[in-house]
Structure formats: structure tokens, C-alpha cells
Design a protein. Structure first.
Length: 290
């Protein structure tokens, strides 16, 4: 079964939980409903949990960790949890391993798959009856045989206080609609094993390094259909978010090494900001949609 991971579904459709974030150390598992272990309080595989979710017995601390994986070229399991935010979170930290993540496509040279961490701080908008994204963080994680610490800062576009936070973990760049490819070395078709343990949200303020605006160029501006993003580093992949004049997130995506175009055909005419993320740094640019 081929499935697409649509990150905005959990944010814009108002997916919420009734308690604070729980089981962040993946110690609690239950197999009552489905017949195989799933971590409590986490939504796995957009509710399916049929492929590549493991109760890992080699944790960073405690008794268990959680492993997500990719299956062949067309499916994978992601993990999502949302809950009310008791404070304005500044970053998500944790420990991970990432192994057997080489992918091969046809006659091309193998490439390394990438795991992803996302955090969204949102607030319910009574007028629009959907969630506005006040802050977000994203982090690419690369191969690591041993337990490795990570932290994912959350960048805010305003001073509002969120009422909910969502964490999304993905073991492969397949959720970014990357080209299909097969596992170079697999176990029954599984690879890109993304093991996570001991996650923690912090309210410690993280200084955000704002890159100079001339780091990137947008053209044409104003634009009607597509924006082109120029940069002096064409080998780097970037993530981006689009916000309207009210601060509501209206678009997101990734800028690849061969695709620097941003489709804005679905946007109404007006003023927007494009925030581009590179590791822990952000660049914000404005543009006009005709």
C-alpha cells in the first residue's frame, strides 16, 4: 500500500490530544488492539502501523526505544503525537540511531537516505476554524551507528502563545516525494532504521541565527505562478514555509539541488513571507503574489 505523508494534515485539520506529551521515552507499548506492539500515545503510520515499527531492545536509556523503517520503495511508518502545550516550547531534543540507510535507484550510484524530525507549535483559530502555526522546527538526521544526541530548535514568527504542540518523526525522505529507490542492503525489504529514545521538549529560549537576506534571492517578484530561489550553494537542500500577511502558514516544501522552484499558483493575491531553513538558521524574505 503506497501512502503519502502529508504533514499539514495533522496541523491544519486540528489534530489534538487530551493530555500532555506522553511516553517520550517509549517505555510503554500495547498490542491489544492490533496484535503487534505499538508505542502508547503515538499515532503510527497515520494510524496503520503495518510496516516497519519495532519495539527496540537496545535503548539509549531504560528498557525500550522505538524504531521506524522504510519498506522497499513505496511505504514506511512515521510517528506522530500531539498534545496541549503547557508552555512555549523552544526545542525538541533526544537521541537517535540511523542505520542501513543506503538507497539505490536503477543504474545510479547509491545515495544516503535521511530521517526527519518536525515540531509544530499551533493555536486554534476560532474565526477560521483551523490551526495556525506559530512556530516550527525541522531537522535532517543522517547515518549514525551509535546513539547520537540531537536537538531541533523551534522558530516562531510572532509573539503569540501556542496551545498545542505536534511532534512528527519520519525514517525516510520518501515522505518528501523523493524519487523511488530500493534498499541497498535490507532485511526482508526493510531499511533506513530510525531508532529514537528519550525525547524532551524544552522551554529554554534558543537564539535563532538569522541569515542575511542576500543569502537568497527571489525572482520574479512580484510573481503569479512560480518563484525561483537563487542561492550561492546549489548543493544544499533547504526546507521552507510560506506565511500570509496575518502570519498563517499557507504553504511548505523543500528546495532540492535540482529544483529551486516554489509553486504559488494556489495563493490569493497579496503579500507573503517565505522562511527558508538551513540546519539551525533561518532566512525570511517577502514576495508579492499577483
Amino acid at each position: 500500500m503506497k501512502k503519502q505523508l502529508i504533514i499539514t494534515a495533522f496541523i491544519l485539520l486540528g489534530f489534538t490530544a487530551n493530555a500532555q506529551l506522553l511516553n517520550m521515552d517509549f517505555e510503554n507499548w500495547d498490542s491489544t488492539d492490533v496484535g503487534y506492539p505499538l508505542p502508547d500515545n503515538w499515532v503510527i503510520g497515520q494510524g496503520t502501523g503495518q510496516f516497519g515499527i519495532y519495539k527496540d531492545n537496545n535503548p539509549q536509556n531504560g528498557a525500550y526505544a522505538m524504531t521506524l523503517s522504510r519498506w522497499y520503495y513505496y511505504t514506511f511508518d512515521d510517528a506522530v503525537q500531539s498534545a496541549p502545550a503547557p508552555f512555549k516550547p523552544a526545542e525538541l531534543s533526544g537521541h537517535y540511531r540511523y542505520t542501513d540507510n543506503q538507497i539505490v535507484q536503477g543504474e545510479e550510484e547509491p545515495y544516503n537516505d535521511t530521517a526527519h524530525v518536525y515540531v509544530f507549535a499551533t493555536k486554534w483559530n476560532v474565526q477560521s476554524q483551523q490551526r495556525d502555526t506559530l512556530g516550527q522546527g525541522s531537522l535532517d538526521l543522517h547515518g549514525a551507528e551509535n546513539w547520537t544526541f540531537f536537538n531541533c530548535p523551534i522558530y516562531y514568527t510572532g509573539n503569540g502563545l501556542p496551545d498545542s504542540v505536534t511532534i512528527l518523526l519520519a525514517p525516510t525522505e520518501r515522505h518528501l516525494n523523493s524519487p523511488n529507490g530500493l534498499c541497498l542492503a535490507s532485511t526482508d525489504g526493510y531499511c533506513s532504521f530510525f531508532t529514537v529514545d528519550n525525547l524532551s521538549l524544552s522551554e529554554t529560549v534558543t537564539d535563532v541565527a538569522e541569515k542575511p537576506a542576500d543569502r537568497f534571492k527571489l525572482y520574479p517578484n512580484p510573481a503569479s505562478d512560480e518563484l525561483y530561489v537563487g542561492t550561492n550553494n546549489n548543493m544544499q537542500t533547504y526546507g521552507y514555509f510560506i506565511y500570509d500577511a496575518m502570519g498563517k502558514r499557507v504553504g511548505s516544501g523543500n528546495l532540492g539541488t535540482e529544483n529551486r522552484q516554489v509553486d504559488i499558483t494556489g495563493l490569493a493575491s497579496g503579500l507573503y513571507t517565505l522562511t527558508i531553513y538551513e540546519n539551525y538558521e533561518a532566512t525570511t524574505l517577502t514576495f508579492v503574489k499577483q
